[in-house]
Design a binder for this molecule. Structure first.
Ligand code: ZN
Length: 938
């Protein structure tokens, strides 16, 4: 199994620990279950983040300096060393590795490598050669997110805050005046029929430009975008907004003249900075028009023009008035154009009209068409007439490159792409996914969506560390493309280090290591003789690598964070499905949520970041491990806090204390196990069973809960029931030791250091990590005893409640269990309810019994009550009570008399209703029912 190799451009904090701790728990758990589990680790140097971080340090960026010195406690003198990207990487690599050792990750460090090691570069060259031979690398012209400063494509790892750039298309509908075009950007070109005016920002800078031999008026910001999207652009002159305002332009579809109004909400870097206004169907436009009218009330010319501008209704929408935009404004009680609810109103209306809207009579040949269809048709018409263009935008703008520059969409020509759109490849990837275990399972839908949705993806950059594209040395393979098959490299890296004498010559000149080496060791192609001959590598080493690869591959479980589902983890599936034969495809993925700090996202500004190594020093390794896992299951975010870590620390200390008390002397219980012993063993066996099934699905929180906490309740109850008396014959110590031993073995994957400590203190030889995971045993399970014990406990609780409520200090307590005839009726009622028989039949059946009939009204009343209870009972409870049948309640309580007397410090008697010599001064016995003995106190 593998976990995502870390990126060493800063030290790790508590939040980083979650993925690796869950991975380590998984590794340790499986080792105890008898698997030879390999958990290796490497370091990812590829790409821009290291460059950007060291550059910010060189420039003395105060935020970085402060983060490194104040939060992470890096000495100022060391900062100098970090100004070079590679020294920064090796410094943090060392720091991260130390942290991983301190927290106890069971990593095979012999296989450690970095992605700038020459032999790794050679491996990635082989990877890309192979993809290229399969036709999966394409060269072409595609839009990419782009940093104009670095002149390089950007992906999620290249942006500030790790934002995945989201490219979307909008339309530019070209309004016209005197041969000059006003391209308005819109997502809804079909609403051009309802345009009443255009908006421009009165404070923005506009230009007149020659775009593809046309004259265009657009914002200054739009010019750069157009240039990056292959338009021929030459700026002719600046244009003041005032030159545009209050003039009219012509609607390209209706031919109507519409005025240009000032709209300060128009963002000049969104689209072209010129927007068409459709107040009938766009809440923003409706509100802006309303606001503008108010502002120009009384002004002669502008006021008149505004009064004459009225919303036009062009889409019919069931359940709405002529002007749905006005309805939404009312519904969301919007006050002005700065109201943040406008966005919700807009979203709601756009989606409703798109799905259910019908074009009205005033839309000419589109009349009667559904909106979705009309949109396609009008785009087609306007394209034919040259009145519409498309503009690609970053939908989640602003996306900022790590160099600090705002990114935009660039049409990249003759660039190298990995073709995730290839239909055959998609089929393979889906086949691979379908056979995989995905934890949590609900992420599968997101994987399916991503596999379908992925298209060509730029795979190289002009900046950053990494492997050069083998056939085009100007480009470096980017970070999300050189990190998808490195799991196989862990097999190679061990031999590269171990047999360094053999491999060092290749490090000096990697071209001497041919693709046939990788083809043989990883794909089983060619023969050992030929490869040995070609490379001079001894046959035994080549065969050794090949057989170790076949032994460990595929990766059974890959651990990562859930935000990598839509990129890295999906690429991982794609590449493996193409490169390797099916039997070496990945078997499973675990993707976990984030770690919050006291309920908040960790951020430098909130100063709530705890560096991992400081956390380990402060709380101890095991409290940190448990702390990042204890509050949520995989898919959710967990919440770490100092108080949580401290309470876990105390919990672990208590367990160590228990071990000390128990001591190293092994006691051999001689006597036959009592009912209570059997109960404790049964509870222990159930705990093993639940913890095992929890860890099988990596429900780590549940496992922690059972092993560290719930078992304690049972052990405490066992001790309380036994009482302080310690006859020589009792099995107490033997049972408690068994419980602690079992528990310690279950703790070993979760809190390995504490587990070893306890293991040693109770006198065991060797390491707990080398023992087996405990097995549940069916023969130790005793459900009837467990249910009897539940009854004892419930009666204890009920009695305490009564004492508390009445304030009585009891001198005597009597418990009355139900008469046998009540049990008969009760079980009949359960059976009748189970079989869903008619109530009347049940009563008839009961009264048909001579003995019951002789009891008269008492039996009839109880039968009515019993059937009511039986019908209302949860199915599971009813079935288990039916299975148990008649329970010897009196015996259970008689056996517990000592216990009750000790608890309540008074005499306790137990009777069954109907006993010959029953003492029942207040006539309580008749109130008893099965599972509900009557209680009498005095
Ligand atoms: Zn940049």
């Amino acid at each position: 199994m593998t976990a995502a190799y870390p990126y060493p451009n800063s030290p790790q904090h508590i939040g980083h620990a979650r993925t690796y701790t869950i991975a380590d728990v998984n590794a340790r758990y499986h080792r105890m279950k008898g698997y030879n589990t390999l958990f290796p680790m490497g370091f990812h140097y590829t790409g821009t983040p290291l460059f950007a971080m060291s550059k910010r340090l060189r420039e003395g960026d105060p935020e970085i300096v402060e983060t490194f010195t104040k939060i992470y406690g890096i000495p100022s003198a060391t900062l100098e060393k970090l100004k070079d990207p590679k020294s920064m990487a090796s410094y943090f690599r060392e720091d991260i590795k130390r942290g991983m050792i301190e927290i106890g990750f069971s990593v095979d460090w012999r296989r450690e490598f970095t992605t700038i090691d020459p032999l790794y570069n050679r491996y990635i060259e082989w990877h890309f050669h192979t993809l290229n031979q399969k036709g999966l690398i394409t060269r072409g012209t595609h839009p990419v997110a782009w940093c104009p400063n670095d002149k390089s494509p950007v992906g999620v790892v290249d942006t500030m805050g790790d934002v995945e750039p989201d490219i979307g298309e909008s339309y530019l509908v070209k309004f016209e005046k005197d041969g000059v075009f006003y391209p308005t950007s819109t997502l809804r070109p079909e609403t051009v029929f309802g345009v009443t005016n255009l908006w421009v920002n009165p404070d923005a800078r506009y230009v007149k430009a020659n775009v593809d031999d046309e004259h265009w008026i657009v914002s200054g910001e739009a010019i750069e975008k157009l240039q990056h999207q292959n338009h021929k652009v030459a700026v002719e002159r600046e244009v003041q907004a005032s030159e545009l305002l209050w003039k009219t332009v012509q609607n390209p579809v209706t031919g109507n003249e519409v005025p240009v109004f000032p709209g300060s909400f128009v963002e000049p870097d969104n689209g072209t900075g010129v927007v068409m206004s459709v107040p009938g169907h766009a809440p923003y436009d409706y509100q802006a028009l309303t606001d503008l009218r108010q502002r120009y009330e009384g002004s002669a010319e502008a006021g008149q023009l505004l009064q004459a501008t009225t919303p036009i209704s062009i889409i019919r929408l069931e359940g709405f008035s002529e002007l749905p935009a006005a309805d939404l404004i009312q519904k969301f009680r919007i006050k002005d154009q700065k109201d943040r609810h406008l966005e919700h109103a807009t979203e709601e209306l756009y989606s409703k009209e798109f799905h259910d809207g019908i074009m009205k009579e005033n839309t000419g040949s589109y009349s009667g068409m559904p909106v979705a269809k009309a949109r396609e048709a009008i785009v087609e018409q306007l394209t034919r007439e040259g009145k519409i263009e498309t503009l690609l935008e970053l939908r989640n703008a602003p996306v900022v490159c790590r160099c600090g520059t705002k990114c935009l969409v660039h049409i990249l020509e003759n660039q190298w792409f990995i073709d995730y759109g290839d239909p055959e490849w998609k089929k393979l990837a889906h086949k691979c996914l379908d056979q995989m275990v995905i934890l949590p399972e609900e992420l599968r839908a997101e994987f399916n969506y991503t596999l379908d949705w992925l298209r060509e993806r730029a795979c190289a950059r002009t900046v950053g560390l990494g492997t050069k594209l083998p056939w085009d040395q100007n480009w470096t393979i980017e970070a999300l493309s050189d990190s998808v098959v490195y799991m196989a490299y862990y097999i190679l890296s061990k031999y590269f280090a171990k047999d360094w004498v053999v491999f060092k010559k290749f490090e000096k000149d990697t071209s001497r290591l041919p693709d046939t080496f990788f083809n043989f060791t990883l794909l089983g192609q060619g023969t050992v003789d030929v490869v040995a001959e070609q490379t001079g590598i001894p046959k035994r080493i080549l065969s050794g690598i090949r057989s170790e690869f076949q032994y460990f591959y595929p990766v059974d479980m890959r651990h990562s964070a859930r935000d990598l589902v839509s990129n890295h983890l999906s690429f991982y599936i794609f590449h493996h499905s193409s490169l390797f034969p099916e039997k070496q495809w990945p078997r499973g993925i675990v993707a976990n949520g984030f770690v919050l700090m006291e309920g908040a996202k960790m951020s430098k500004s909130l100063e709530n970041i705890i560096p991992l190594r400081q956390g380990i020093a402060k709380f101890g390794a095991d409290p940190v491990r448990l702390g990042v896992m204890a509050t949520a299951e995989l898919g959710q975010d967990t919440d770490f806090s100092e108080s949580l870590a401290v309470s876990i620390q105390e919990r672990l200390s208590t367990l160590i204390g228990q071990a000390r008390k128990l001591g190293t002397k092994k006691t051999v219980g001689k006597s036959k196990p009592s009912t209570l012993d059997r109960w404790m063993i049964s509870r222990l066996s159930s705990a093993v069973q639940t913890a095992t099934s929890a860890l099988d699905r990596l429900r780590v929180r549940e496992a922690i809960n059972i092993i560290l906490y719930q078992l304690d309740n049972d052990i405490a109850w066992y001790k309380r029931r036994l009482g302080p008396k310690k006859p020589k014959s009792d099995n107490r110590d033997r049972i408690l030791r068994k419980a602690l031993e079992t528990r310690t073995r279950m703790m070993a994957p979760l809190a390995p250091h504490t587990a070893e400590e306890i293991w040693n203190r109770i006198g065991n030889k060797g390491f707990v990590v080398q023992t087996d995971w405990p097995e549940e045993s069916e023969s130790e399970k005793d459900p009837a005893t467990e249910r009897a014990e539940t009854l004892v406990r419930q009666v204890l609780d009920d009695t305490s409640e009564i004492l508390k409520a009445t304030g009585i200090t009891p001198k005597h307590i009597a418990y009355y269990t139900a008469a046998d005839w009540k049990w008969q009726v009760y079980l009949k009622a359960l059976k009748s309810a189970e079989e869903k028989r008619k109530q009347g039949d049940f009563i008839k059946d009961v009264m048909g019994d001579l003995q019951l009939r002789s009891l008269g009204k008492i039996a009839a009343d109880y039968a009515a009550k019993a059937i009511r209870q039986a019908n209302q009972m949860p199915d599971e409870m009813r079935q288990s009570r039916l299975r148990d049948g008649l329970t010897a309640e009196k015996t259970i309580f008689v056996d517990s008399v000592d216990f009750y007397q000790r608890e309540f410090k008074c005499a306790v008697d137990v009777w069954q209703e109907g006993d010959m010599k029953i003492s029942d001064p207040k006539g309580r016995a008749r109130m008893s029912e099965p599972y509900r003995p009557a209680i009498y106190l005095e």
